[in-house]
Design a protein. Structure first.
Length: 288
């Protein structure tokens, strides 16, 4: 699906393709991806492993060039690494010999920010994600979820225009993920951040986003863009509502139709020859 060019958009991704040359030949990672993002909008990309999600994020960050197409931010073409972004990866990559606060301040130091202001802001960010009192702890004294919270604070210390996240909760257990999703929502809504979030969790994408972009298997292209019209702030209880289940099911059905997910048929369904429909019915009933 392509979108009509929107000159007022903050981010404009236009006809982006990426082909990697490898020893075994060419790998087409992305194919003709176009979408726009408004300021203050939270967009998630959800898709299977290898569909080019990380590639898309790296191109949007200006860290790697596309093979064709272009990225514009505020109307200007991106042709070098962007300095107006905060970026969070799956692994928090903190320096072992610096405290939580020290790791966040590293970003402030490299940007030559005022030390006192940056330190106050770092403490504020840590408080928003429930880490008041942990400022002076070293990474080995923190849990995985805490370390990832620190890395999110580090990405936000310079008040970036655009927050880019590549499966930031991928390595965490389910309960910690739930908490971090809530923390992220609080950070993003307080600061009216514009965010691109990559995940393969359907629930995370629906929970956090204004729009979810569902990607096809490789070469990744846009399968569908879904407006999530749930009220904000979103609560964990909302995940149990029929509206939430409807959005999740729409994405699930795309994944089933594209072979990203495959259900196993029960004996009775095989006999009736009606397994596909009943599979969807089952999803529908359990989702609600
Ligand atoms: N630097 C690279 N060189 C060659 N192939 C790459 C490189 N980076 C990614 N790829 C390939 O491009 C495809 C998309 O990768 P990636 O963007 O990491 O997908 P995702 O993040 O959705 O899992 C994969 O097949 C991957 O092996
Ligand atoms: Mg990836």
């Amino acid at each position: 699906m392509t979108q009509i060019a929107d000159d007022h958009a903050y981010l404009c991704i236009e006809k982006l393709s990426k082909v990697y040359s490898t020893r075994d030949g060419e790998v087409r990672a992305l194919n003709n991806v176009s979408f726009t993002q408004q300021r203050g909008e939270f967009i998630s990309h959800v898709g299977p492993s290898g569909c080019g999600k990380s590639t898309l994020l790296m191109i949007a960050a200006g860290l790697i060039p596309p093979s064709s197409g272009e990225v514009r931010v505020g109307g200007r073409k991106v042709d070098r690494p962007r300095t107006d972004i905060g970026i969070v990866f799956q692994s928090p990559v903190l320096l072992d010999w610096r405290t939580a606060l020290g790791n966040i301040m590293l970003q402030a130091e490299s940007r030559k920010m005022n030390r006192r202001e940056a330190s106050a802001r770092a403490r504020e960010l840590l408080a928003t994600v429930g880490l008041s009192g942990f400022e002076d702890r070293f990474p080995h004294e923190l849990s995985g979820g805490m370390r990832q919270r620190v890395s999110i604070c580090r990405a936000l210390i310079h008040n970036p225009d655009h927050l880019l996240m590549d499966e930031p909760f991928g390595a965490l257990d389910a309960l910690t993920r739930d908490q971090l999703v809530l923390d992220l929502q609080a950070l993003v809504s307080e600061r009216r951040m514009t965010a691109l979030f990559i995940t393969h969790s359907i629930a995370e994408a629906v929970f956090l986003s204004d729009r979810v972009i569902v990607m096809t298997p490789r070469p990744g292209s846009i399968d569908r863009i879904i407006d999530i019209k749930l009220p904000r702030p979103r609560t964990l209880a909302m995940r149990e509502t029929p509206e939430f289940a409807d959005y999740s099911r729409e994405i699930l059905e795309l994944f089933l139709a594209r072979g990203v997910l495959r259900e196993h048929r029960s004996g009775a369904e095989k006999e009736s020859g009606n397994e596909r429909n009943s599979g969807f019915t089952r999803l529908r009933t359990t989702a609600r």
